[in-house]
Design a protein around this ligand. Structure first.
Ligand code: ATP
Ligand code: MG
Length: 591
C-alpha cells in the first residue's frame, strides 16, 4: 500500500496529534462546551460564535481580508465586523423582517456578502446564499422554493438574473441593492432599497435575540450533480461541528491565515468559507476573482496563507499548469492543504507533496452533512486516493446494497458489511450537530434518507482492513458490467495516471451483452493530439491495469461538462451519449 509518511515534526505540530486518542475521548457535548454561547444563557447563535465572542480579546485581529477583482485589499477586524453585522441585523429589523424569514444573497464575493450573511444570522433569519453566476432560472427556482422574503444583490445582478422572473416571486418583499452605482431600479421604486441608505439609518449596537440551537439558520441547495438541486435545512447547533471539524480535519486555529476557495453559494463556502475560520478567530482570506493559476499562486505566497481548502478540479488545473509556476512563488507559509467535492486522484496528492511541499488532504462530506465527516489528517500518514477515516464524533459504516443500488432495507433496518474492501453504501450514525434537519418541501425524501439510525449518503465506498475509506462512485453512477460492479472513480484514476490525460469521466452505457459497457471520456493535457494511435494506446493502458473492467469505448472531449462548483457531470455525459433528455441544467458551468 502506497503511503505518504508524515515527518515527526509535522505530527507533533498538528492540532490533533493523536487521531486514535481524539476519537476515543471525543464527545459532542465537550465540543459544544468550546462554544461561548449567547450571554446570559440565551442560547447558541452562529454569528455570535463567529464574530461577537472574539471582540473583547481579539477585536483588532483581521477577521476578513478581501481581495477585490480590481486588485484592492480590504482588511476588516473582528471589531469592525461586529459593527457592520450589527448594522445589517438592525437594517433587517427596521424593514420589519422577522425571525425565521429567509434572506437570500446573490452577490459576488465582496465584503457585503459576508456582512449580509452574518448579519442575517444575528437577526435570527435564515440565510440562503446563491452563487452569483447562476442564471435567471436557477435563481428564481431557489427563491421560489425557499420563499425568500429578502434578497440582497447588486443592481446589475438584479436586472439580469432576478427581474425576468420577479412576477413569479410573491414572497419576495425586499430587494436590498448594493455594490455598484445604481444602474438598476431606483431607490424608492416599490420593494427596492439601497442597502447603503438603510444601513446609514440604523445604529451599530445590536443584541442577538435568544436563539435555540435547533432554530433554523441556513438553507443550502445541493450541487445538482445527480439531478434537481435539493434544499437542505441546517440549524444554529451546526456551528459546533463547523468549529470542531475545522480543528480536526483542516488543522485550523486562531493564528492561521485561511483560504477557502469555494463560493458561499456552495455549502463548503459557508461552513468553511465563512463560519468555521471565524469561530476560531483566524484570518479568513476572501478572493473575489475566479480561478487563475498564476494569480492563485501569488495569493498563496503574498498573503502567507497557512491553511488552504480547495477542490480537486482547481488542483488538477494547477498541476496541468506546470511545476515552474509554483517554483516562482514562496509557498513556505503553507502548512496544510485540503480538498473536497470530488474524488481526489492519487496523482494530485503526489504532485502536491512535491510541488506545494505538503500532500493534499482529501476529505468527504455533503451539503446534507453540513461539515466534514471523513478526512485525512495533518498528523496522520496519507494513502493517496483514499478519502481518509471518520472524524472524532463520527461513526461511518458500509451497507449492503439492494437491486436499486441503494442500501438494502431489511427488517429492523439495514445490513452492515464488515468484510474489508467490499463495495456498499456509505452511511453515518445519526447524532452530530450539523446533520441537515430536512429537505425543503420534500419530507418523504428526507425520511427515506434514514434507516436503522443511519443517514444514508447515496455514495458507494469501500473500507479497507485498517478502516480507511475509498470512494467508488455515486450509487447512481456505479456501473454493472458483465457481472462486475465498477466504480467510475477507479477507472478514471487509472486513465489519469497516463501522461496524456488531464481529466477523465466514465459512464455505463447499456449493452445487450454486458448489461452495461464502460465508456470513458478524456480531456488531454497540452501538447497531446487526439488520434487513433493515442485512442488505442489509452484503451490498452487501461486494459493492462484494470483487466475486464477497463473501458471498451473512449472518446476525447476537449471540455467535459462540470457543475459550477467544479464537479464532473457524468449524468449529462450519459444523457448525451444515449440521446436522452439532459435534465436539470441549472448548475451546469458554461465554458
Ligand atoms: P446533488 O446531491 O444535487 O446531486 P451533490 O451531491 O454533488 O449534488 P454536494 O452536497 O455539493 O452536492 O456534494 C456532495 C457529494 O460530492 C458527495 O455525496 C460525494 O458524491 C461528492 N464528494 C464530496 N467529497 C468527496 C470526496 N472527497 N471524494 C469523492 N467524492 C466526494
Ligand atoms: Mg448529493
Amino acid at each position: 500500500m502506497e503511503t505518504i509518511v508524515k515527518p515527526d515534526s509535522v505530527r507533533r505540530a498538528a492540532r490533533m496529534p493523536d487521531y486514535a486518542g481524539a476519537r476515543a475521548t471525543f464527545s459532542w457535548g465537550a465540543a459544544r462546551a468550546q462554544m461561548s454561547g449567547l450571554p446570559d444563557g440565551r442560547g447558541l447563535n452562529i454569528a455570535h460564535e463567529a464574530v461577537d465572542r472574539h471582540v473583547a480579546a481579539r477585536g483588532r485581529t483581521v477577521a476578513l481580508r478581501v481581495l477585490g477583482r480590481d486588485g484592492t485589499t480590504t482588511d476588516i477586524t473582528y471589531a469592525e465586523l461586529q459593527r457592520r453585522t450589527n448594522r445589517f441585523a438592525n437594517a433587517l429589523v427596521a424593514l420589519g423582517v422577522e425571525r425565521g424569514d429567509r434572506v437570500f444573497t446573490l452577490l459576488p464575493r465582496t465584503l457585503d456578502l459576508y456582512v449580509a450573511a452574518l448579519g442575517t444570522l444575528k437577526a435570527g433569519c435564515v440565510l440562503s446564499p446563491l452563487f452569483s453566476a447562476f442564471g435567471p432560472e436557477p435563481v428564481a427556482e431557489r427563491l421560489r422554493l425557499g420563499e425568500g422574503r429578502v434578497l440582497v444583490t447588486t443592481p446589475r445582478l438584479y436586472e439580469r438574473r432576478v427581474r425576468p422572473a420577479r412576477d413569479t416571486l410573491p414572497a419576495l418583499q425586499h430587494v436590498l441593492l448594493t455594490g455598484e452605482p445604481a444602474a438598476g431600479p431606483d431607490d424608492g421604486e416599490e420593494g427596492f432599497t439601497s442597502l447603503e441608505n438603510v444601513l446609514a439609518a440604523v445604529g451599530e449596537e445590536f443584541t442577538i435575540p435568544p436563539t435555540d440551537p435547533e432554530d433554523t439558520a441556513l438553507l443550502h441547495f445541493t450541487s445538482g450533480t445527480t439531478g434537481r438541486p435539493k434544499g437542505a435545512v441546517h440549524v444554529h447547533d451546526a456551528v459546533v461541528a463547523h468549529h470542531a471539524t475545522a480543528t480536526a480535519a483542516l488543522d485550523l486555529g486562531a493564528d492561521d491565515v485561511f483560504w477557502c476557495t469555494a463560493d458561499p453559494g456552495w455549502v463548503t463556502g459557508t461552513s468553511y468559507g465563512i463560519v468555521a475560520p471565524l469561530t476560531h478567530g483566524a484570518t479568513l482570506l476572501v478572493d473575489e476573482g475566479d480561478f487563475d493559476a498564476e494569480r492563485w499562486y501569488a495569493v498563496l505566497a503574498e498573503h502567507r496563507v497557512t491553511v488552504w481548502y480547495t477542490a480537486p478540479t482547481a488542483l488538477r488545473m494547477l498541476a496541468k499548469h506546470g511545476a515552474d509556476a509554483a517554483a516562482r512563488h514562496d509557498l513556505s507559509a503553507l502548512r496544510h492543504v485540503a480538498s473536497v467535492g470530488e474524488p481526489l486522484n492519487a496523482e494530485v496528492v503526489r504532485w502536491s507533496a512535491d510541488v506545494l511541499g505538503t500532500p493534499v488532504h482529501d476529505n468527504w462530506w455533503q451539503t446534507e452533512t453540513g461539515a466534514i465527516m471523513i478526512s485525512n489528517f495533518a498528523a496522520e500518514d496519507i494513502r493517496p486516493g483514499s478519502m481518509g477515516r471518520p472524524l472524532p464524533g463520527i461513526e461511518a459504516a458500509v451497507l449492503e446494497r439492494g437491486p436499486d443500488g441503494r442500501a438494502l432495507r431489511v427488517e429492523g433496518g439495514v445490513r452492515e458489511l464488515t468484510t474489508p474492501d467490499t463495495d456498499g453504501e456509505l452511511a453515518l450514525r445519526v447524532g452530530w450537530p450539523s446533520l441537515f434537519r430536512g429537505y425543503l418541501h420534500a419530507d418523504e425524501r428526507y425520511a427515506a434518507s434514514f434507516a436503522g439510525g443511519w443517514y444514508l449518503t447515496g455514495d458507494v465506498v469501500r473500507r479497507d482492513a485498517d478502516g480507511w475509506f475509498w470512494f467508488a462512485g455515486r450509487a447512481d453512477d456505479v456501473i454493472k458490467t458483465a457481472g462486475h460492479l465498477v466504480g467510475p472513480f477507479e477507472v478514471e484514476s487509472v486513465l489519469m495516471s497516463h501522461p496524456a490525460v488531464a481529466e477523465a469521466a466514465v459512464i455505463g452505457k447499456p449493452d445487450p451483452m454486458a448489461g452495461e459497457l464502460v465508456k470513458a471520456f478524456v480531456t488531454l493535457r497540452p501538447g497531446w493530439e487526439p488520434g487513433d494511435a493515442l485512442h488505442d494506446e489509452l484503451l490498452a493502458f487501461a486494459r493492462r491495469r484494470l483487466g475486464s473492467v477497463a473501458p471498451k469505448e473512449l472518446a476525447v472531449d476537449p471540455h467535459l461538462p462540470h457543475t459550477r462548483s467544479g464537479k464532473i457531470l457524468r449524468r449529462l455525459l450519459k444523457a448525451r451519449e444515449l440521446g436522452l433528455p439532459e435534465g436539470d441544467l441549472s448548475t451546469v458551468e458554461t465554458p
